[in-house]
Design a protein around this ligand. Structure first.
Ligand SMILES: Cc1ncc(COP(=O)(O)O)c(C=O)c1O
Length: 441
């Protein structure tokens, strides 16, 4: 096995062996060139954007799709299309990316957080009802890391309390819950096309729905609140509602269409790599691998593991153990490192409640909003996860099983030398993936 890299030995993996996502090939270049050689490089109804909307609604299985310039824009448009506004409350999981909650503030409403299920990391249905008030209008379940939230339970609660459901599917293109694709469960569903995502454009988003009224309202919200004349199909330049500038563009739309052709193939490659990691890392004492309930299809936007030093009989805090392990694994070439470091309600935005332009709005609009206090420790499952988890990057295609074998070898090497890892745990060493790898040529 050799000497640990943190102790002066040779790393198991060289950085050059790990390739960067997304895979960009001749098909993507041809799609982008098609735009540059066409008459359109922008426009809400331009050909590539329109074709992407058709292809995505068909892929997901919904009536309508609008492409946007980000997933955050798609989420905000969804809430605004539902008429959610000042004084309203929206339930959001406490562990997610900020935008799942900040979109609620963009709609001038108040996010109310619900802790996560400790095993799936998605919103814990049994904790939802305690958070519902007379002001609650919607639930935003997040399909986290590529795994669906428990949509049976969430929809049951939403129906019982007459709440809208907006799926945050920004991390879960192609994921399934009981044989149905995510994005088909809520009143509306938002996807991100950010470059890290399973389906990507560089930046961009997609919003899907079946209701024609929501579609019409969201279309106006996407383009300055402006209406299109029914007969001429031209803009009338008379804003009838407050809208935004959330249009996508032709270059990213064409790139996304080329990527969409290979989404299932790439998702399968992710699943194969992650299943290999799970199979081999699950045998290592002190490591917990992702849990996937029966009848869920996880598409692994992200692969995370958790560290449990207590299972090794070590009297060291999970954080200290995790950071020591991250340093040792990183030195071996494994691209570990944390993504979210705290529950969303623990972030300064929610601690200070300064709100829009530091006015305290939207919280100061209602007594309930003024009274709300966000505390990270009120979400013990989210807090505990943040102490223990690390992401393992590099499982994305074009990387394959050869690299996964090296990753497993690195884990085995590190776990066989825990005493040496702990000797170096306070060394000033990098422990975090930079987000940049080498592009496959
Ligand atoms: C769960 C979740 N929601 C929303 C977003 C926002 O998407 P975008 O970055 O495209 O605005 C992201 C992006 O990372 C996300 O992970």
């Amino acid at each position: 096995m050799g000497t640990l890299a943190v102790d002066g030995g040779k790393p198991v993996v060289r950085l050059e062996e790990i390739k960067q996502w997304p895979v960009i090939d001749e098909r993507d270049k041809a799609a982008v060139m098609r735009v540059l050689e066409s008459d359109y490089i922008c426009g809400g109804d331009a050909p590539e954007a329109t074709a992407l909307e058709k292809e995505w609604r068909e892929y997901v299985g919904r009536q309508f799709c609008l492409t946007t310039n980000s997933g955050t824009a798609a989420l905000h448009m969804a809430l605004a299309a539902l008429g959610i506004g000042p004084g309203d409350e929206v339930l959001v999981p406490a562990y997610t990316f900020l935008a799942s909650a900040s979109c609620v503030l963009h709609a001038n409403a108040i996010p109310v957080f619900v802790d996560i299920d400790r095993r799936t990391y998605t919103m814990e249905p049994s904790q939802i009802e305690a958070k519902i008030s007379e002001r609650t209008r919607a639930i935003i379940p997040v399909h986290l890391h590529g795994l669906s939230a428990d949509m049976d339970e969430i929809l049951k609660i939403a129906r019982k309390h007459d709440l809208f459901v907006v799926e945050d599917a920004c991390q879960a293109h192609g994921a399934e819950f009981k044989g149905k694709k995510v994005g088909t469960f809520g009143d509306l569903a938002a996807f991100s096309l950010n470059s890290s995502k399973n389906l990507c454009a560089g930046e961009g988003g997609l919003l899907v729905m079946d209701n024609h009224d929501y579609y019409m309202r969201a279309s106006m919200l996407r383009m300055f609140g402006d209406e299109i004349d029914d007969e001429t199909k031209l803009r009338v330049y008379n804003a009838s509602i407050l809208g935004y500038m959330y249009r996508n563009q032709e270059l990213p739309a064409a790139f996304t269409r080329a990527q969409l052709q290979r989404l299932d193939e790439y998702n399968n490659a992710r699943i194969k790599n992650c299943n290999y990691l799970t199979e081999h890392l699950s045998g290592i004492k002190g490591v917990h691998v992702p849990y996937i309930p029966d009848h869920y299809k996880h598409v692994y936007w992200m692969y995370i593991i958790e560290f449990y030093p207590e299972e090794l009989g070590l009297s060291i805090s999970p954080e200290e153990f995790r950071v020591g392990m991250e340093k040792a694994l990183f030195a071996e070439g494994v691209q570990v490192g944390q993504w979210q470091t705290m529950p969303v309600p623990a972030q300064d935005l929610f601690q200070t409640k300064k709100g829009i332009s530091s006015s305290g709005f939207p919280w100061n609009y209602t007594d309930r909003g003024r009274a709300i206090v966000y505390r990270g420790e009120d979400y013990p499952n989210s807090t505990d996860l943040c102490r223990r988890y690390t992401t393992v990057n590099g499982f994305q295609p074009p990387n394959g099983i050869d690299l996964m074998k090296k990753y497993v070898a690195a884990f085995e090497k590190v776990f066989a030398n825990i005493d040496i890892v702990l000797k170096h745990k306070n060394d000033n060493l990098p422990s975090h993936f930079s987000g940049r790898l080498f592009r496959a040529k």
